[in-house]
Write a protein that binds this ligand. Structure first.
Ligand code: SF4
Length: 228
């Protein structure tokens, strides 16, 4: 099949995917040409087949219930109610997970300690692995002296997300939690981790690990992102 377009949901205002596709007026006909439901019709059935697998079905069902529980209906309207850490605890309990593994960045050791304490107080067994595990010098992956953060003469252990993943695999954790891994290191961690993964936080040194802050400011202080 020759594709004339790429999927571009982020540019769509039709939102046909939020309607009943079986309705008589053929809603899919109204979808834009770049709609992935038009471009990749066979994949919908393929994905639905995957949901029939017991472990996927249960995860999807519990995730949807978790999502539902994050809202409450009040006389003033619908309100949100759980921060992500609380959601993480609730979801892990729903899934009957007992052993949780934290893969954290050394720059977030305080947060890793807090997270461990909170998870333990909520009844979980917690395993944690720091990014510097292995104490492998950065030279091992081709980093030149002038590319070391602490300075050319200083020892610097490389971040080792592959080993972090391997250790959490070996520990057979029920759920691996990524906490502040750097961009790219997170890519490798996800590639090698064979356990179910979730993310509590991603690394953003400038915004207190809230990367969306820069997006929210992209029409003002971070206008440079728009190349205007
Ligand atoms: S799936 Fe189709 S209808 Fe839904 S947002 Fe994407 S392009 Fe729009």
């Amino acid at each position: 099949m020759t594709k004339t377009n790429h999927s571009m949901c982020s540019k769509c205002s039709k939102l046909i995917c939020k309607t009943d596709l079986q309705a008589e007026n053929d809603p899919l006909g109204e979808a834009p040409e770049y709609c992935p439901m038009k471009l990749w019709p066979g994949l919908l059935d393929e994905a639905l087949e995957e949901y029939k697998k017991e472990e996927n079905l249960e995860c999807a069902r519990l995730a949807s219930i978790q999502e539902f529980e994050c809202y409450e209906h009040t006389p003033q309207g619908i309100r949100t109610r759980h921060p992500r850490i609380e959601e993480l605890i609730m979801f892990a309990q729903k899934c009957n997970y007992h052993k949780l593994g934290i893969a954290f960045c050394s720059g977030l050791e305080h947060e890793a300690r807090l997270l461990t304490r909170i998870l333990e107080k909520n009844g979980f067994e917690v395993v944690s692995v720091r990014c510097k595990v292995g104490a492998v010098p950065k030279e091992e992956i081709g980093i030149r002296p002038e590319e070391k953060i602490a300075g050319p003469e200083k020892w610097e252990s490389m971040c080792n997300p592959i080993l972090q993943a391997m250790i959490l695999n070996a520990e057979n954790v029920d759920l691996a939690i990524m906490l502040g891994l750097c961009i790219g290191h997170d890519t490798l961690f996800i590639k090698y981790c064979q356990r179910p993964i979730t993310v509590l936080a991603v690394k953003d040194r400038v915004t207190g690990h809230n990367p969306l802050a820069a997006l929210y400011l992209s029409s003002s202080y971070y206008r440079r992102l728009m190349k205007d």
